[in-house]
Design a binder for this molecule. Sequence first.
Ligand code: MN
Length: 135
Amino acid sequence: MKRNILLIEDNEQNRYLATFLLESKGYHVDSAPDGTVGIKMAMEGCYDLILLDIQLPSMDGYAVAATLRENPVTKNIPIVAVTSYAMTGDREKAMKAGCEGYIEKPINPDTFVREIGRFLSDVQQEKCHEKDTDR
Ligand code: MN
């Protein structure tokens, strides 16, 4: 079964590259251009992992991660932060907001998918199982 990844990223080129790389390795990717749309999709969809840009319009990635962690429907989905800020403390801030991992931009096409894979649990999200039995 294909693993579903939700990409929350406001930059179209970054969305295109990340989606292309992940889909070429057999993942299914949906994307959202901002946190509000992303949170809505995460709650309604069935995702194994969320890739979260930190620099987003209006609601930043830290706020998005914190919101996803507070919601019982999305609290167990692993979140990997993606950010171009190479500032000290950024990783810590992402972890504190509830992210499992942290990847720095620019995306390295040679290592990106492998890095993401480390954060994917072998266990499908419970919600997905429920959907499977409904079919
Ligand atoms: Mn951005």
